[in-house]
Every structure is written in C-alpha cells, then in structure tokens.
Design a protein around this ligand. Structure first.
Ligand code: AMP
Length: 180
C-alpha cells in the first residue's frame, strides 16, 4: 500500500538537515531524529513491512551502518535473515570487496563470501538510509551478485533525486521519500 501524504509528512518531518556536514556544501540528512521519534519510525517500518511482505525474499542486506538499523528490523518482521555489507576491514571471515566513490570521498565495501548460504540465486533486498550518487549501493549490489545471490530491489528511505543515483542500477530501485 502506498504511503498517504500524511504518513510521508510524518516521516519527512522527523528527519533533520545538518548543513555543511561532514564537508562544506553537503546537507547531511540526519535520521537519528527519525529513530528517536516512535511514531515516525513505526510508520516507516510498517510501510516497508507491508511493501515487502508481498515479495518472495530470502534475505535482506543492509549497508554499513544506517542500513543495518532499518534492514535488521525489516528482516525480523519478514522472518528472513539479515546480511551486513560492511566498510572495509570489519568482517572477520573471507570477504569479497568492491571499491566505489561517494558524494564526499572514496570507500570500499565488503561481504562475507558465504553470506547467503549454499543455495545459488538467493533473492535479496538491499537497503540503506539514503541514495545520493548511488555509488555505495551499486557496489553493494555488485557484491551480492559476486557471491552468487540476486539483488531483487534496492530500497532507500531517502533519494536525492537530483543526483540521479538510480540511473544504471541493475535491480529495481524504490525510495520512500524523494528529495529534489
Ligand atoms: P552515494 O554512494 O553517493 O549514493 O552515498 C550514499 C551513502 O552515503 C549512504 O550510505 C548514505 O548514508 C551516505 N550519504 C551520502 N550523502 C548523504 C547525505 N547528504 N546525508 C546523509 N547521508 C548521506
């Protein structure tokens, strides 16, 4: 079910803009105020749960670190496993990695080689708080493919639509809020 305009407002108004963080010229979308607002957080998680109950998913993969919060709650609500896509050097077992550029710098993400078990073609929903240029999420989607699973959709709470990050994505892309 699509979000009503009232529900969208509740979520949007719970997110705080921090100008010039972490660098001059960046307006950082701070979701800590969403997490602290029980009504907004619950409205968001109910919406995501309703949307993805209809999908035949095997796993949720969340991007370090804010994707872990939304992704793990959603995985638990859907009764499926959660897989962390982490920044370089954090995962203890054998990893596959991918470099990427982001709105403010460069980074590298990693996933455990056996993250999605033995079965090939596991259906995975990728989730993060925000898509800007799309570099991080595309690297994460590549990692999912590299280890033999399939990224069905990439889901974001916010999309900075003016950066066209969804262009060139190999999977479907869904965002709850589009920021122009
Ligand atoms: P990108 O790879 O350019 O799509 O950047 C997305 C990643 O960087 C996500 O993990 C976001 O959490 C973070 N990010 C980029 N831009 C912002 C922003 N303006 N506000 C908050 N987080 C951001």
């Amino acid at each position: 079910m699509p979000l009503s305009s009232e529900e969208k407002e509740i979520i949007l108004n719970s997110i705080r803009d921090i100008p010039d963080f972490p660098k001059p010229g960046i307006i950082f979308k701070d979701i800590t105020t969403l997490l602290g607002n029980a009504k907004a957080f619950n409205t968001l998680m109910d919406h995501l749960t309703n949307r993805y109950l209809g999908y035949d998913l095997d796993y949720i993969a969340g991007i370090d670190a804010r994707g872990f919060i939304f992704g793990s709650i959603l995985a638990d609500r859907l009764g499926i496993g959660f897989v962390p896509v982490r920044k370089q050097g954090k995962l203890p077992y054998t990893t596959v990695s991918e470099k990427y550029s982001l709105e403010y710098g460069f980074d590298e993400v990693e996933i455990h080689i056996d993250a999605f078990g033995e079965t090939k073609g596991a259906k995975v929903l990728l989730i993060d708080d925000l898509i800007a240029t799309g570099g991080t999420a595309k690297a994460a989607a590549n990692l999912i493919d590299k280890v033999g699973a399939h990224c069905v959709e990439a889901c974001f709470i916010m999309e900075l639509a003016f950066l066209n990050g969804r262009e060139g994505f190999s999977s479907e892309v869904y965002s709850v809020l589009q920021i122009d």
